[in-house]
Design a protein around this ligand. Structure first.
Ligand SMILES: C[S@@+](CC[C@H](N)C(=O)[O-])C[C@H]1O[C@@H](n2cnc3c(N)ncnc32)[C@H](O)[C@@H]1O
Length: 274
């Protein structure tokens, strides 16, 4: 059977597992709230949560702006089903951010932990920015994980994690996971500044305090490791996971009190159009 390239499978929203992602919902909520807290609009009419996932954050957007029409869009039917299973006034919309168009003029386009799954930010960011009218706000958070040891080890283990130091998986897989999609902060600043009235770009490194065995592996299994797990054959996946787990546990040892500290850097930008 021909398999789609790993990144395409992810872009199609395949195999998002709401349960795995929600295991860490407390840690993942904090950046979402930090982003929401910097949006300077008082009375938006229409708020869209782009890549809303299981809708936890979308419902908070609806609470913050009770008079706004609030919609959550996502390309994963599993995530949208989970979102719709909790009663709320939010509209749930299926769509792919790569070509999505809003069904009404947005006041706020909010996106937490999504654009790292969407390629070509040269095209994506100006396109969604231009959907906003004057006074509209774009608010985005994305992990800056490319240079983190956990993510370097992900790629290195594909390159040399076999029992004799050989590569694991296909060339296509290694090429796909070698694409860096989230850029440095100045890339987004330069793109937005010419048409922004207000522009706030910042990074934060959180120290996530994780519990349990293989804590960092558990964390990345819900997000960044998915393209690799989806792209490996069954036998390869076990070899890869054994070696990646070993390397991760060396890099992020459990502390005396049993917790694992996981430093995680994130990029934020909030821009209001002139
Ligand atoms: C890490 S989760 C974040 C969910 C939510 N924003 C939150 O903060 O909890 C990433 C979400 O992005 C969605 N996603 C990934 N690629 C997408 C795309 N091209 N278009 C729309 N949604 C996408 C996934 O289905 C998933 O629900």
């Amino acid at each position: 059977m021909t398999q789609a390239a790993p990144h395409q499978r992810d872009l199609a929203g395949e195999s998002w597992d709401p349960g795995q992602y929600l295991k860490f919902s407390d840690h993942r909520l904090r950046p979402a709230l930090d982003l929401m807290g910097r949006i300077p609009l008082e009375n938006p009419e229409a708020v869209f949560d782009l890549g809303c996932g299981s809708g936890n954050v979308t419902r908070l957007l609806a609470d913050r702006w009770p008079d706004a029409d609030v919609a959550g869009m996502d390309n994963s039917p599993e995530m949208l089903a989970q979102a719709a299973s909790t009663a709320s006034r939010v509209r749930w919309l299926e769509g792919d951010l790569a070509d999505w168009q809003p069904d009404r003029t947005p006041s706020i386009l909010y996106s937490n932990a999504v654009i790292q799954w969407v390629p070509d930010h040269h095209e994506l960011v100006p396109r969604i920015w231009e959907m906003l009218p004057s006074g509209g706000c774009l608010a985005v958070q994305a992990p800056l994980s490319w240079d983190m040891r956990s993510h370097q080890l992900m790629r290195e283990t594909l390159d040399n994690g076999g029992a004799g130091g050989e590569t694991i998986g296909s060339t296509e897989l290694r090429t796909a996971v070698g694409n860096r999609w989230v850029q440095d902060p100045d890339f987004y600043y330069d793109m937005l500044a010419p048409d922004a009235d207000h522009l706030d770009v910042w990074t934060t490194e959180y120290q996530h305090v994780l519990t349990g065995d293989d804590a960092v592996l558990e964390w990345v299994t819900g997000t960044g490791l998915r393209p690799i797990l989806n792209g490996l054959e069954d036998g390869e996946r076990e070899v890869y996971l054994d070696e990646y787990r070993r390397r991760l546990n060396n890099e992020y040892p459990k502390r005396a009190d049993g917790v694992t500290l996981y430093p995680f850097r994130r990029l934020f930008f909030v821009a209001v159009r002139k």
